[in-house]
Design a protein around this ligand. Structure first.
Ligand code: GLU
Length: 470
């Protein structure tokens, strides 16, 4: 049978993509990258995320020319649907505020669009698209039936009252609800969106639709459809993934000195799990500066300041006593450590930081945040032989546990913390092994970036090929 881009059995002899070396295949992706630049002007973070994936995929197209023939990657780079909408609301002083809401429904080959909502003043189309693009591959890597999407708003929750947060969430959902559904698009949290916001969003969705549709949002409270361990899952998962990396060269967390950036949900639970495994975590940070605590971070104090009082890390040093210092500004990666876990935000670990980490003898770096390491930073770490776990693998525990939440909602079940954590650990092991084996299969042993990109891509590509040109 003659091969065709519609066929999942097309032979190697069909098209121009045939028999090119992987370098030639990577070069063959250049026009696509140029098209992405031209079609999405000014979206620097999106360009960066696409570039990184394209740089990994050359070898796949050499072995699987039918993916190139069916223009799978060209289609993946173009979101299925992009929503931008006005979010008007009234603040506590009676003034009208106008924000912008986004939802990028990037790819639904494997399941309903799935990914968080981010509320932060830096949110723009390029940021949401980079996050949505990463989410496609991350979600695929979990092995769960999840498509990829992301959304959010340039709303700044800092110093807003509970009532303002509620009115904002209600206004956002008043528009967004028409695009969501447990089989359509399932948001969750991200920076600036936690259980409180998910509660207000869910309440408004339920009111408008007149449906108790638990599976439409994840990250819910455990008393009303949320999964145990979902709050902990991203940070825990990142540490579990790192542990798998360490074990490939005969090490574990016990006795390691760990540097963590950030002090949000991901950072706090990465610190908790690393401490449970016997590590000493000496840093955490926020946008004002960072803490160095030689005795190890006192997690109860940090949780009290961040989660209960919604305060700043500077207060931690004031209350902790002599073991801790607060240092204003960036610089957390100058602190010597064996393991570094960037858990704050995108592009927070630069080339100079990577050089400092290498100089100080770092063994492993794993991204709890999405794309926290710049491409130059990644190159430095990989060249120095540091085990580097990219976010789409290392922080996939959050969304994987969202899938477990959806599973419980669909079956009207609720699992214990222990059972859910066991499932998370199993998923993180599976993700690690998939990345590791895929990198080996494509001749780049130990390169988790290539492994994650290819393993995620293959799963999405197979499904897209099977589902035709849509
Ligand atoms: N925002 C998280 C992420 O970056 C979680 C998404 C989800 O649970 O849907 O993966």
């Amino acid at each position: 049978m003659a091969s065709s881009p519609l066929s999942s059995h097309s032979s190697r002899s069909s098209r121009s993509s045939v028999d090119l070396s992987s370098e030639a295949q990577t070069r063959a992706l250049e026009p696509l990258y140029t098209q992405v630049l031209n079609r999405n002007p000014g979206e620097a973070e999106f360009h960066q995320a696409v570039r990184e994936v394209l740089d990994s995929l050359g070898p796949v197209f050499t072995q699987r020319p039918e993916f190139a023939d069916a223009k799978i990657i060209e289609r993946i780079c173009e979101p299925e649907r992009q929503l931008i909408f006005r979010v008007p609301w009234v603040d506590d002083s009676g003034e009208v505020q106008v924000n912008r809401g986004f939802r990028i429904e990037f790819n639904s080959a494997l399941g309903p669009f799935k990914g968080g909502l981010r509320f932060h003043p830096s949110v723009n189309l390029g940021i949401v698209k980079f996050l949505g693009f990463e989410q496609i591959f991350k979600n695929a890597l979990t092995g769960m039936p999840l498509g990829g999407g992301k959304g959010g708003s340039d709303f700044d929750p800092k110093n807003r009252s509970d009532a303002e947060i509620m009115r904002f969430c209600q206004s956002l959902m008043t528009e967004l609800h028409r695009h969501l559904g447990e089989y359509t698009d399932v948001p969750a949290g991200d920076i600036g969106v936690g259980q409180r916001e998910i509660g207000y969003l869910f309440g408004q969705y339920k009111r408008i639709t007149n449906r108790y549709e638990s599976g439409v949002l994840t990250g819910k409270g455990t008393g009303w459809g949320g999964a145990q361990a979902r709050t902990e899952a991203t940070g825990y998962g990142c540490v579990l993934f790192t542990r798998q990396m360490l074990q490939t060269f005969g090490e574990d967390f016990e006795g390691q000195r760990v540097a963590v950036s950030g002090s949000g949900n991901v950072a706090v639970y990465a610190i908790e799990k690393a401490q449970q495994l016997g590590a000493t975590v000496v840093t955490c940070s926020d946008s004002d500066g960072f803490i160095v605590d030689e005795k190890g971070i006192d997690l109860d104090l940090l949780k009290q300041i961040k989660n209960v009082e919604r305060g700043r890390v500077a207060e931690y040093a004031e209350r902790r006593g002599t073991s801790a210092r607060f240092i204003a500004g960036s610089g957390v990666w100058q602190v010597p450590c064996d393991v570094a876990l960037p858990c704050a935000t995108q592009n927070e670990l630069y080339e100079t930081d990577a050089l400092a980490l290498v100089r100080n003898g770092v063994k492993a770096v794993a991204e709890g945040a999405n794309m926290p390491t710049t491409p130059e930073g990644v190159r430095v770490l990989q060249k120095a032989g540091v085990a580097f776990g990219p976010g789409k693998a290392a922080n996939a525990g959050g969304v994987a546990t969202s899938a477990l939440e959806m599973q419980q909602n669909a079956s009207r079940d609720s699992w214990s913390f222990e059972y859910t954590e066991e499932r998370l650990a199993e998923i993180m092991r599976h993700i690690h092994d998939a990345c590791h084996e895929t990198a080996e299969r494509y001749g780049q042993p130990g390169n988790y970036v290539t492994g994650a990109n290819i393993a995620g891509f293959e799963r999405v590509a197979e499904a897209m090929l099977a589902q035709g040109v849509i």
